[in-house]
Ligand binder design. Structure first.
Ligand SMILES: Nc1nc2c(c(=O)[nH]1)N[C@H]1C(S)=C(S)[C@@H](COP(=O)(O)OP(=O)(O)OC[C@H]3O[C@@H](n4cnc5c(N)ncnc54)[C@H](O)[C@@H]3O)O[C@H]1N2
Ligand code: MOO
Length: 400
């Protein structure tokens, strides 16, 4: 089977994928969720003409010439409106956020007054409308407040609360099942035998999936055994996405593809023209997407960034971004073969506003430390010619 190009693989994974249905959740649960329906204001904010200052509600014409002494007729505090009306020669004590009484058209700040019993002397004129927040200043009934497709942050949630929305319609979060395969694996904190290593893929993938807005069902480690692999795959049957790591290649103990097929997964493709990540496989079981990632930690995470992220984004109704940006090479690179390379690199922002990407010398796909230390992947297209330091290349920032 010919290796398929990265772009084709991504297109086949995303074919026919629709956003998941919406669900109503309380505001407290909306942080980081994707809004499924736009939020419209159903009321004005503020709902009444409110004072922006502590002072006195007056008729501006009464204090055009100062000093001017007015008669204090009452009080308007936040949550306790003055019920009457201000007539010429009168004023009402008022506090920030309180409704401006009928008749008054300005608020004098208390620093510009002298009060003595029921007599308030205004020392400086105010203009009509001064120190008043008019009803609907912030937003008006019918205004579009939050667009669909927005990933909700603190300010969005604050605005929704101000608009009196106790719940929001958000996309259901995709559920991602994770299965690590391999007799050589023990969980972090375990006691690896001399011929074993510590499993790390599922931890990184779980963090990545959660960061992208998915929920995770971690099914742990299964041994290199067909039946055990099939049992784990069965447990993942109800999830939106099943991700396996390891056992994707051609070795005698690589059971994943066979187990997936036996479990009713139709394999769409296997093996991509990329490095790392060549043995990546993809299939579907009814509505479920199945991503078989290679076992090498860097390969599995690079594949997840390239294929799992756009899939989760699509299920959440988020647009597919063109993630690549340009950088100058910090060192020369040799010509490329027929696979698209994703080369771990250091990124330095230069004073001219550009950036320089310098590849790490050793790129083995087991090396998680350089992967952690890399700020970007240099994307080398198939058959890219020799590149010199200073040449412009495409990079993918590592932001997870
Ligand atoms: N004859 C060939 N051999 C290999 C090929 C090939 O085309 N022909 N491809 C190589 C490439 S590229 C990769 S990548 C690996 C991927 O193989 P598998 O997906 O079958 O992965 P494993 O063999 O199970 O493991 C590879 C490597 O990764 C370690 N590993 C596995 N799972 C985890 C985990 N959860 N956490 C940390 N490390 C893990 C495992 O111990 C191995 O060292 O195949 C090449 N071989
Ligand atoms: O994914 Mo494999 O790394 O190309 O070593």
């Amino acid at each position: 089977m010919a290796l398929i190009p990265v772009e084709e693989a991504r297109a086949r994974i995303l074919k026919g994928v629709n956003p998941l249905p919406a669900e109503d959740v309380t505001l407290e649960q909306t942080l980081g969720r994707v809004l499924a329906k736009p939020l419209k204001a159903v009321r004005n904010q503020p709902p009444f003409n409110a004072s922006a200052m502590d002072g006195y509600a007056v008729i501006a014409a009464d204090v055009a010439n100062t000093p001017a002494t007015l008669k204090l007729i009452g009080l308007s505090a936040a949550g306790h409106a003055f019920k009457g009306a201000v007539k010429p020669g009168q004023c009402v004590r008022i506090f920030t956020g309180a409704p401006v009484p009928k008749g008054a058209d300005a608020v004098v700040i208390q620093e510009n007054t002298e009060a003595s019993g029921k007599a308030v002397t205004v020392l400086q004129p105010v203009k009509p409308e001064q120190n008043i927040r008019f009803a609907g200043l912030d937003f008006r009934k019918g205004d579009a407040l939050l667009p669909a497709g927005l990933t909700l942050g603190a300010r969005d949630i604050g605005l929704a609360a101000a608009a009196n929305a106790p719940t929001l319609a958000v996309r259901r979060r995709p559920v991602v099942a994770l299965i690590a395969t391999g007799d050589e694996l023990v969980l972090p904190g375990g006691k690896p035998r001399a011929d074993q290593i510590v499993s790390s893929n599922s931890h990184a993938l779980a963090a990545m999936a959660q960061h992208l807005g998915a929920r995770v069902m971690n099914l742990g480690i299964v041994p290199d055994n067909l039946k055990a692999t099939e049992r784990a795959i069965a447990r993942a049957a109800t999830t939106d996405i099943l991700v396996t790591t390891g056992g994707a290649s051609v070795g005698d103990h690589d059971y994943v593809q066979e187990a997936l097929k036996n479990s009713g997964v139709a394999i769409d493709f296997w093996k991509i023209a990329m490095r790392p990540g060549k043995p990546f496989m993809y299939g579907r079981r009814r509505g479920q997407h199945v991503l078989g990632l290679p076992g090498n930690p860097v390969s599995s995470l690079v594949c997840a960034r390239l294929f799992l992220k756009p899939l989760i984004d699509a299920l959440l109704g988020l647009p597919a971004g063109d993630d690549l940006v340009e950088a100058r090479l910090g060192a020369s690179m040799k010509e490329n073969d027929s696979r698209q390379d994703y080369v771990r690199a250091r990124l330095v922002e230069t004073s001219d506003g550009y950036r320089t990407a310098t590849p790490f010398a050793v790129q083995d796909s087991s090396m998680q430390r350089t992967f952690r230390e890399a700020e970007a992947l240099i994307v080398r297209p198939p058959r890219a010619p020799v590149a010199s330091a200073g040449d412009v290349v495409k990079i993918l920032r590592l932001d997870f």
